[in-house]
Unconditional design. Structure first.
Length: 137
């Protein structure tokens, strides 16, 4: 189930809970909170899409010489762990992913060694934007 679907599933509960504890004057607050949660879920969905695209770029026969990994499967397995965490709404790995995106980091080195550096730069820009926005929340 997508992150946004999980949130939508719980919208009525969240609105009812806030209304009960706060009174009807705070229904507008519940709406604002719901919008904020949707925005964050959209960003998480974008982050998941970036990780999935990265995994697609890492082929079994990838050149891994300038990365911190012995095999491409090790990197794919690590990305899969992060992907599962993000899908569960756990953002604790954001710093670890950020390290992979750093200049001369694993992902940039892999992209240069395996002819997808332009795509890496686009994904990196998207990730940086999401990282900075998510860190504010």
């Amino acid at each position: 189930m997508e992150v946004a679907e999980k949130i939508l599933e719980n919208k009525c509960f969240l609105a009812a809970f806030i209304s009960i504890i706060s009174g009807s004057a705070f229904n507008a607050c519940a709406d604002e909170l719901f919008i904020l949660v949707l925005e964050i879920s959209y960003m998480i969905t974008e982050l998941i899409e970036i990780i999935e695209k990265l995994k697609e770029k890492i082929a079994d026969d990838s050149d891994m010489v300038w990365t911190a990994y012995e095999t491409s499967q090790q990197l794919k397995d690590e990305l899969e762990v992060y992907l599962n965490q993000f899908q569960a709404g756990d953002m604790s790995s954001m710093g670890k992913i950020k390290m992979l995106f750093l200049p001369t980091g694993t992902l940039q080195e892999h992209s240069m060694s395996n002819s997808w550096s332009d795509e890496f730069l686009n994904l990196s820009k998207k990730f940086d934007r999401l990282y900075m926005t998510i860190k504010r929340y």
